[in-house]
Design a protein around this ligand. Structure first.
Ligand SMILES: Nc1ncnc2c1ncn2[C@@H]1O[C@H](COP(=O)(O)OP(=O)(O)O)[C@@H](O)[C@H]1O
Ligand SMILES: [Mg+2]
Length: 270
């Protein structure tokens, strides 16, 4: 197993919002996480991405333990490399408004290179070569998300769909082992969700390992190898898209899907 999440729990102010999450994912697989609002989906992604520290549990990538709540509890921090295993694309883009599209993508790699060069006392020429490579890679990524012509645009000059594509490129620039998305299209107008979903589909075809929290059920069904249904901080069902969207015994899942589809049929926002 490439990714193993074992027994993750997390409480806020005495309320447990993750109640023991266990799942695994093979390299190159796509996992979609569905479930109603408040079921703990974002908290799960934030714990996996080290933006929150889980109270209990472990995370392994490629057999290496990159998080152990016992170590974190004992004050032994999460190694920097662990955080770099994952990338996260946020619902509301979170681009830096004062930087251009290209600069948003090169910012983190540039900081990483500068730190590395200082630590290893590399020459200025070696550093400049690495920085040049980072810029070339960022330009490739901009082209991959179809935004080569927008490299010098600021986020406020880009549509929501374009901003989200820049943030996907930004996450990819750090070469994550697992790329996570938290409702990547829910802040977008329906007519432009497709341009973002298309990029995610292309990444899936390239065997990028991904965890996608989404309300796009048709998309989840198409793109996923595995689906988790979260309900009240637990994984209430997991399985293949056929198992989850086909006939099933789980009444909580049935209720969720039925109310989801009936909302969609009406003109109500979901
Ligand atoms: N930083 C926080 N402080 C306190 N409560 C939080 C925090 N983050 C999330 N919660 C609570 O945890 C529960 C799960 O939230 P969340 O993970 O955002 O769910 P989802 O993404 O499925 O909507 C909710 O009840 C939410 O209010
Ligand atoms: Mg959420």
């Amino acid at each position: 197993m490439f990714l193993e999440v074992k027994g993750l729990t997390k409480s806020f102010d005495g309320t447990q919002v993750l109640k023991g999450i266990d799942f695994t994912l093979e390299k190159g697989q796509v996992l979609s996480v569905i479930g109603s609002s408040g079921s703990g989906k974002t908290t799960l992604l934030r714990c996996i991405n080290s933006l929150e520290t889980a109270d209990a549990g472990e995370i392994l990538v490629g057999g290496n333990k990159i998080f152990d709540a016992q170590d974190a509890g004992a004050g032994r921090g999460i190694p920097r490399e662990a955080r770099l295993s994952f990338g996260l694309v946020f619902q509301s883009f979170h681009l830096f408004p004062q930087y251009t599209a290209l600069e948003n993508i090169t910012l983190a790699p540039t900081l990483r290179i500068r730190t590395l060069c200082r630590k290893r006392r590399l020459s200025r020429a070696a550093r400049d070569e690495l920085l040049q490579k980072a810029t070339e890679k960022a330009l490739e990524l901009l082209s991959k998300v179809g935004l080569s012509d927008k490299r010098d645009f600021y986020p406020c000059q880009l549509s929501g769909g374009q901003q989200q594509r820049v943030s996907i490129a930004r996450a990819l620039a750090l070469n994550p082992d697992v790329l996570c998305f938290d409702e990547p299209t829910s802040a977008l107008d329906p007519e432009i969700t497709g341009e973002v979903l298309k990029i995610i589909k292309e990444l899936a075809a390239e065997d990028m390992t991904m965890i996608i929290v989404t309300h796009e059920m048709t998309f989840a069904r198409d793109v996923s190898d595995k689906i988790l249904f979260m309900d009240g901080g637990v994984i209430a069902a997991q399985g293949s898209p056929e198992e989850i969207f086909g006939s099933h015994e789980n009444t909580r899942l049935q209720t969720f899907l039925t109310s989801f589809y009936s909302n969609q049929a009406g003109a109500e926002p979901v």
